[in-house]
Design a protein around this ligand. Structure first.
Ligand code: GLU
Length: 321
């Protein structure tokens, strides 16, 4: 029996599969970012990928596979070979909101993935083109109520966190606006800055530079506290919307079935990457908060987020138009 175990162990250690795990990674890794370049997912993904690549000794190459609120890139991630060489950057949209709103979603947010590490969280922000009459949130609410259905708001994808965040807020204020969905924050911002759409609800990191440069006027930020990057901007809670909170996050996932050793190596590298002082400082400059949790913590978080958004969506009766 002992001899048999020894042979089995020897075979396991010598098998190409075990050898591949021990050498992982011996070639570049592809990180699928499911939103366009210049948006928050892309910003976080590129900063983290550069440092994680250094730590792993292999480049982590970002590939933007965009569309359908990030679900196209996530479907591609789920279908990839589970060897750790193709991973994806999941968001609250791809794993929290979209699963309840896309009846033909090509993946299950829990069953089809191996969670690696949730890298970063970020608040969301409501901002308007400077030509908009609203100077603050109270003015915005009054304007929307006085003009039902007349204005649109730009967002990073139908059924994603920015679309849903705004739909939820409009329900709270009993307002009506038209959802103008883009492939991601970057094109949504371009049109809001140009005045094509007067309002945007976005993840904080991508909108922040435009607020700082005066191309957009910020009215409120989500979360329990103000953000150090825009300390004068009040939260929704401060302005009377206590139970309204929408947080974005960006976390690395792999297809289901990735070996534990590969998963743990990736998780350790990405967590170390976002905690590295220079990388963390870059993330914090965008107003986001570096996290870098474990696969187990991230797995629980994905389930919690999926369930949390189901309650919000069901309670509010939110359906895609
Ligand atoms: N708002 C999207 C999300 O958090 C990200 C949009 C983008 O990166 O362009 O899922």
């Amino acid at each position: 029996m002992k001899a048999f175990n020894a042979i089995a162990l020897g075979l396991a250690l010598c098998s190409p599969w075990a050898a591949a795990q021990a050498d992982f990674p011996d070639r570049p890794i592809t990180l699928i970012v499911p939103f366009p370049a210049g948006g928050p997912t892309d910003i976080v993904g590129r900063v983290a990928a550069a440092k994680a690549g250094e730590i792993l000794g292999q480049q982590v190459v970002v590939e933007n596979r965009t569309g359908a609120s990030g679900t196209i890139g996530m479907a591609a991630t789920a279908r990839a070979k589970p060897d750790g060489y193709t991973i994806g950057l999941a968001t609250v949209s791809t794993h929290g909101t979209a699963p309840h709103l896309f009846p033909k979603l090509a993946y299950d947010p829990v069953r089809d993935f191996t969670p690696i590490s949730n890298l970063v969280t970020s608040p969301n922000i409501l901002a308007v083109n400077p030509s908009h009459p609203a100077r603050d949130l109270a003015g915005f609410v009054a304007h929307v109520r006085a003009n039902p259905g007349k204005e649109g708001y730009a967002n990073a994808g139908a059924g994603g966190v920015n679309d849903l965040g705004m739909i939820w807020f409009l329900q709270l204020i009993d307002g009506k606006m038209n959802s103008i969905s883009y492939r991601g924050s970057a094109p949504a911002l371009t049109d809001t800055v140009a005045g094509v759409v007067p309002v945007i609800f976005d993840n904080f990191p991508s909108t922040l530079p435009y607020v700082k440069s005066g191309h957009l006027r910020a009215l409120a930020i989500t979360g329990t506290a103000r953000n150090a990057r825009l300390p004068d901007l009040p939260t929704f809670a401060e302005q009377g919307y206590k139970d309204y909170d929408v947080t974005a996050w960006y976390g690395v996932v792999a297809p289901a079935g990735v070996p534990d050793a590969v998963r743990d190596k990736l998780a350790a590298a990405f967590a170390q990457a976002v905690r590295d002082p220079a990388t963390a400082a870059k993330m914090e400059e965008t107003g986001a908060f570096p996290l870098g949790n474990t696969p187990q913590e991230f797995a629980r978080q994905i389930e919690t987020e999926r369930d949390r958004w189901k309650v919000v969506i069901d309670k509010a009766g939110i359906k895609l138009q």
